[in-house]
Design a protein around this ligand. Structure first.
Ligand code: MG
Length: 387
């Protein structure tokens, strides 16, 4: 492959840092044009200098001065705020955009990058949950590839390679089950922030780790898979696989199932998206089947983990409801992380919002932004008054 010049949105987060590890292993294949961060000014400056970025954006205006002073004597240009992110991802020098910001905040810049015709390595699943129909239609119109970085979706994408367009009978979306896989409902009611943040297999950012504990993450991933691969939710089967070795599977008409396997390590799906269609050398742990011994599988428990049921329900209703679900979940997870609400209050808040935000059957992008704001406000109010 020829050299690719990257914009990494959310470079100081877990995915952003691991993407830069991939870049560090392949200096001949990648160059950095743009790095963006929300708050972590110190790491952003360090990354900009190491990778010789042309531009950085710090989204938090309070941190702008600190970043621009630190980069003053370098060639790196410093900008501030989301408008700058949207401008700079569209720049001529960018070949590919990795979207790794947290939550709904990733939508605007992803849309700007697609508008500008930039291939997307998508790590920000909330973009597709909130506005999948709009984003994928735009990508199709602009002939822009949207390459999954989420490990399950990268697995599905890899399992689809070489299928010659054969119809998919089923997607088996694997879930680790998170830290509470074996907990009872009574135990879950009292689950703490600290317990929820202890994911058994994956080291990730806080928001997604809580989503994994509630299994809302899997709910968001069902919606993400629907849009990325154009499959109806009834064809997406969630299977709990505690070892997280099989990252997902595709079943074809003849019953043949193709799986993608590896140790849980996000650098693998990141390199696949950044290098696609090439596969790059990766300095990671390789599988040793004899020492693995066995792999296990279970059906998910919709009673202990209502988020899965809520997610299926929100897709069934469609329109702006997945966006509402996502917005309420973001507010509730933030409240749980501040130890303001309990574990099951997260799902209660989401359900309350789904019932109380007006339904829009065919939302445009503006409707999505207003539904997000409305759901966030209702969720915050529900938490303030009831929890
Ligand atoms: Mg995932």
């Amino acid at each position: 492959m020829g050299k690719r010049i990257l914009a990494i949105l959310g470079s100081t987060g877990s995915i952003g840092r691991q993407a830069l590890e991939v870049v560090r292993q392949h200096p001949d294949l990648f160059e950095i044009d743009l790095l963006t961060a929300n708050n972590n000014s110190r790491l952003l400056v360090e990354q900009a200098l190491e990778f010789d970025a042309n531009n950085v954006v710090i989204c938090n205006p309070d941190k702008y001065r600190e970043v621009s002073d630190a980069l003053d004597s370098s060639l790196v240009k410093t900008f501030c705020g989301m408008d700058s992110v949207c401008d700079l991802v569209s720049g001529d020098t960018v070949d590919m955009v990795l979207t790794a910001m947290v939550g709904f905040s990733g939508l605007r810049s992803t849309v700007a990058a697609i508008e500008a015709g930039k291939p997307i390595a998508l790590a920000n699943k909330e973009t597709l949950v909130a506005a999948g129909g709009i984003v994928m239609k735009l990508a199709e119109d602009k002939n822009v590839p949207v390459l999954p970085v989420d490990s399950e979706h990268s697995a599905i994408f890899q399992c689809l390679q070489g299928s010659n367009g054969a119809p998919v009978r089923k997607i088996h979306l694997t879930a680790s089950g998170g830290p509470f896989r074996t907990w009872t409902k009574e135990q879950l009611e009292k689950a703490t922030r600290k317990e929820a943040l202890k994911h058994p297999n994956w080291k990730m950012g806080e928001k997604i780790t809580i989503d994994s504990a509630t299994m809302m993450n899997k709910g968001l991933e069902i919606i993400e898979a629907k849009w990325l691969f154009g499959v109806s939710p009834e064809k997406i089967n969630v299977v709990v696989h505690p070892e997280s070795i099989i990252h997902s599977m595709v079943e074809y008409a003849d019953g043949a199932v193709i799986a993608q396997l590896g140790h849980p390590d996000m650098k693998e799906p990141i390199q696949y998206a950044l290098g696609y269609p090439a596969r790059l050398e990766l300095d990671n742990r390789k599988l040793d089947f004899a020492s693995l011994g066995s792999l296990s599988f279970h059906a998910p428990d919709f009673d202990r983990f209502p988020a899965l049921r809520i997610a299926y329900e929100s897709i069934r209703r469609g329109g702006n409801m997945p966006c509402v679900m996502n917005a309420a979940n973001e507010i509730a997870v933030a409240a749980f992380l501040r130890e303001k609400i309990g574990f099951y209050d997260i799902c209660d808040t989401v359900e309350y919002c789904i019932e109380h935000v007006p339904f829009i059957a065919e939302p445009c992008l503006e409707d999505i932004f207003s539904s997000n704001d409305e759901a966030a406000a209702i969720a915050a109010e529900y938490i303030r008054q009831n929890l």
